[in-house]
Design a binder for this molecule. Structure first.
Ligand SMILES: Cc1cc2nc3c(=O)[nH]c(=O)nc-3n(C[C@H](O)[C@H](O)[C@H](O)COP(=O)(O)OP(=O)(O)OC[C@H]3O[C@@H](n4cnc5c(N)ncnc54)[C@H](O)[C@@H]3O)c2cc1C
Length: 598
């Protein structure tokens, strides 16, 4: 291909966007196979649409029932302007087509209704007729006009002391919280920080005594498996001298300080009592809270569930009570030191399973066996960083807000499709030696998060199954290859004897300690225990996983229940998508949208 001028190509394409007066003219800027990821510009929803015709259908539909305006007309997209300094336009090699270059460009834009601004990302490909059309477009609403997130603090002195100001602010939050956030882990805290910046009163209720306890209680050798940059916390970077893969203790203490630094009001040792009730006439929930032993009633308009990825799943086998050693879930594993020279069996072959096996080996257990029931998706951390561009060390050179924009610029469904269509082969090749070693050791591998739906590898397991069934290898899987961790594969546990596990094939493994690294119950179970089973009728039981809109089901977007929101996920998702959740709430508070309106 001749030398391309990405700025000129992107500018011309943006002209077409600015001149588009109807949905058809807009979608004419796309390839027939193009994708649109619309984050709250043409609706209050998060949505990914594939195919020019489907995009046109979506944009031509009435913006809400009874309206004469189409989604496209109401939004009034305008002022699409190429960004040339923060992330200048550039070319990229088109996967699978040797020699073909595409153009990627970032642009800003404005909307008329709601009056708002945002940033977009387009990937352009030659259209075969001498022009360029969009293969992917992200339109990300970032600010409601007049209600932008402040980027600086108040100027000048207060008439009163800072402490008096804080007391007043806290009294207001406690008297009339607009939003109740259940759970003060990273997700709850980042949502609270975001809402606080937008001037929305948010109260966090956390069941443990100290913010960060959820990390303190996790197994001792736990470190994040993704770099500190990618796991940055909203508004407040980790100190540059922290390890690249953050140990859990540092995360715990940082989050505790974060709550103070971001002026987040947390009621610790507190839980929501079942079952909150909703008053349709006031649009408020009545919520009873056990506040460190005292019953308190509050009436927020919104409840955000940030209670984590579910309660530990503890399988039941006959004879468990007769086991004479220790048996417990990985969630409460306090370390392997007491089991030096003992036989350890770890049930479960995913992230927690391998970390805990490693610790038993290092701490001198006599024998360590991992029980793998079916198959696991393994990807080495190094390979993931090499092949997923936004996780590479080079990506850390740009501000995290820009990194988030780029990381979210491709629809999740498209990412999975590209991997299933051949991208998985790259991952397999890169970790070939490891996979051969694991297979030889009797460990079974898989690439399909949903049987029959394609090999989408680790990203597929993350998006569909919250990483359940997957192992992001930090180097410790080699212990399986080397035989330091034995594998018992593909046979169900039939019962537990007083001295070990008996399998369906009649074999037995002697054990002094059994750790159940068996994952977590579905999130809806925890939520239903607070909200009552009826919540399932309103929101369904699917959390996480891709919904019919191609986005994370029920997460960070309007659910079917009034004022009920869900905020689960890794740091990177919460950091980015907390904004969409907060803008949705703000828009309801400002009367820009109806309750539950999508
Ligand atoms: C081995 C391992 C490695 C991981 N690596 C990464 C990584 O590299 N990058 C990454 O981004 N993520 C990683 N994660 C996953 C994820 O980020 C964490 O699980 C994270 O803790 C999720 O944050 P959260 O705030 O949603 O949930 P949690 O951290 O579980 O916090 C939920 C909070 O809610 C509280 N709570 C629960 N129920 C109630 C209730 N009813 N009332 C009041 N409070 C309640 C809990 O006490 C807790 O404080 C990893 C997880 C594991 C286990």
């Amino acid at each position: 291909m001749a030398d391309l001028n990405p700025a000129a190509i992107a500018t011309k394409w943006l002209e077409g966007l600015n001149n588009a007066t109807d949905a058809k003219a807009f979608t004419d800027q796309f390839l027939p196979t193009g994708w649109l990821r619309d984050l709250m510009c043409f609706s209050w929803d998060l949505r990914s649409i594939s195919g020019r015709d489907s995009i046109a259908d979506f944009l031509s539909a009435p913006c809400k029932s009874g309206s004469n305006l189409s989604r496209f007309e109401r939004a009034g997209l305008h002022d699409c302007t190429l960004e040339t300094t923060r992330i200048p336009p550039s070319t990229f090699p088109v996967p699978g087509v040797p020699g073909l270059q595409g153009v990627i460009a970032v642009f800003s834009f404005a909307l008329k209704s709601p009056a708002a601004s945002g940033r977009g990302v387009v990937r352009l490909l030659p259209d075969g007729g001498g022009g360029w059309k969009a293969f992917t477009v992200l339109l990300n609403m970032e600010e409601l006009k007049g209600h932008e997130e402040p980027s600086a603090g108040p100027k000048g002195y207060f008439g009163t002391t800072w402490e008096e100001e804080q007391e007043k602010r806290i009294a207001e939050i406690e008297r009339d919280p607009t939003v109740l956030i259940v759970g003060g882990g990273q997700a709850g805290l980042m949502c609270a920080a975001r809402l606080g910046r937008m001037g929305i009163r948010a109260l966090v209720v956390e069941k443990t005594p100290r913010v960060g306890d959820v990390w303190r209680k996790r197994y001792p050798n736990l470190s994040l498996h993704i770099s500190a940059y990618s796991c940055s916390v909203l508004y407040q970077s980790w100190p540059k001298t922290y390890p690249r893969f953050l140990p859990k203790g540092k995360i715990a203490d940082f989050l505790e300080a974060y709550a103070v630094g971001q002026e987040i009001h947390v009621w610790a040792s507190s839980t929501v009592l079942p079952t909150p009730s909703y008053d349709t006439s006031t649009g408020r929930w009545t919520v009873e809270i056990d506040r460190a032993g005292t019953r308190v009633s509050i009436t927020p308009k919104h409840i955000v569930f940030a209670t984590g990825i579910g309660s530990p799943r503890v399988p039941k086998w006959p004879g468990m009570d007769s086991f004479e050693g220790a048996i417990y879930h990985s969630d409460v594993h306090k370390g392997s030191a007491p089991f030096k020279d003992k036989r350890a069996v770890i049930v479960g072959a995913c992230n927690a399973g391998i970390d805990i096996c490693e610790e038993f080996v290092v701490k001198g257990a006599a024998e360590v066996t991992m029980v793998q029931r079916s198959a696991t998706c393994v990807a080495s951390q190094h390979t993931v960083e090499t092949l997923i561009q936004h996780l590479s060390p080079e990506s850390e050179l740009i501000p995290i807000e820009d990194g988030d924009l780029m990381a979210n610029s491709m629809p999740m469904g498209l990412i999975l499709k590209l991997i299933a269509d051949g991208g998985a082969q790259q991952f397999k090749e890169a970790d070939k030696e490891l996979f051969e070693g694991l297979t030889k050791a009797g460990f079974k591998l898989t690439w399909e998060p949903i049987p029959g739906e394609g090999e989408t590898g680790y990203p597929g397991f993350l998006l569909h199954r919250a990483t359940s069934g997957a192992m992001l290898d930090m180097g410790n899987a080699q212990m399986i290859v080397d035989g330091r961790i034995k594998v018992k594969q593909g046979v169900e546990i039939e019962r537990i004897d007083r001295d070990g596990l008996v399998f369906a094939d009649g074999s037995k493994i002697l054990a002094d300690v059994i750790v159940l690294a068996t994952g977590y119950e579905p999130i809806i179970k925890d939520i239903a225990s607070i909200m009552g089973k009826g919540i399932k009728d309103l929101v369904g039981d699917k959390f996480w996983g891709l919904d019919e809109a191609g986005e994370l089901s029920n997460c960070f977007k309007p659910t079917g229940a009034p004022g009920i929101w869900f905020a689960p996920g890794p740091f990177s998702w919460v950091r980015f998508l907390s904004k969409h959740l907060a803008i949705n709430i703000l828009a309801e508070e400002l009367g820009l949208k109806g309750r539950n309106e999508v």
